[in-house]
Write a protein that binds this ligand. Structure first.
Ligand code: HEM
Length: 245
């Protein structure tokens, strides 16, 4: 067994993997909400919405040093591996801790996971389902609601969120994500050994403050389109963005 396998076999190793992968996934969420907020910053002089420009930049980042989309696909691979590892170890950890709970043997023969653990499983699965739907919706355009055109992110957002049912659905999932993140960040602080009665109140407030800022950022987007607060999309030739004619 090599060192990595040995680490993986221990509870502390699994906690470590959950923390590292959690930080990576959290980093993505932070970057994603920041990028999405470009929807509010307007357009270039040519009329290209900043968010379309940003999405295009993500595709070509690193070129010509590396082929176009190389950085994008590398990041996607790291995220996918992190997601799979994160889910695997947190489920294993929840099972280990359920097995170790003496109370479940006194009251019943059944193994019982704690309520927060059950909530994290349930909300985590819901978020996973959302992410699959979301990629098919906004990235691949497989699930079309309204209109979808690759690269025209602003138009796609406007077209989907002018349907109030889609907007409300997204907002509800963001609220579930909020509770998941709040508990996840707090657990991360504990795994990192930061918790201590003197500063737990501060750490809990930090987790909640971060969560509220992120979720408010996400929710503001469907909300802004649903309420008609956003300017109408302007059509522009896609060659303007890509430079390919
Ligand atoms: C209201 C909230 C959200 C909005 C408006 C939104 C918007 C978008 C848009 C427009 C894209 C496609 C970008 C492009 O074509 O370049 C995208 C991609 C994506 N979003 Fe979101 N998003 C939201 C929330 C989330 C959340 C909460 C997660 C994760 C938990 C998430 C995960 C992803 C992923 C994984 C992709 C695919 C990225 C890629 O591989 O290119 N999104 N999102």
């Amino acid at each position: 067994m090599n060192r990595l396998q040995a680490l993986y076999a221990t509870t502390i190793g699994k906690k470590f993997i959950a923390a590292i992968t959690g930080i990576i996934l959290f980093g993505f969420i932070l970057g994603h909400v920041a990028g999405n907020l470009k929807v509010f910053t307007g357009a270039t002089a040519d009329g290209i919405p900043h968010i379309d420009e940003y999405a295009h930049f993500l595709k070509i980042a690193g070129a010509p040093l590396v082929p176009e989309q190389f950085v994008l696909w590398s990041a996607r691979s790291v995220l996918l591996i992190s997601l799979i590892l994160h889910m695997t170890v947190v489920i294993q950890l929840a099972l280990i801790s359920a097995e170790a709970r003496p109370i479940s043997y006194v009251k019943s023969k059944k193994r019982a996971a704690s309520l927060p653990a059950l909530w994290m499983m349930f909300s985590g699965l819901l978020i996973l389902g959302f992410v699959i739907f979301h990629i098919l919706h906004f990235t691949t355009g497989t699930i079309v609601i309204g209109e979808f055109n690759h690269g025209f992110v602003y138009n796609n957002l406007e077209s989907s969120f002018s349907n109030p049912l889609v907007g409300i659905g997204y907002i509800l999932v963001m609220l579930v994500l909020g509770f998941h993140l709040n508990h996840g960040i707090w657990s991360l602080f504990q795994t990192l050994g930061l918790d201590n009665p003197d500063r737990n109140k501060f750490l809990r407030l930090t987790a909640t403050g971060l969560t509220i800022a992120i979720i408010a950022g996400f929710i503001s987007i469907p909300l802004a389109f649903m309420t008609g607060a956003m300017p109408d999309p302007v059509s522009y030739p896609h060659e303007l963005l890509t430079g390919h004619r």
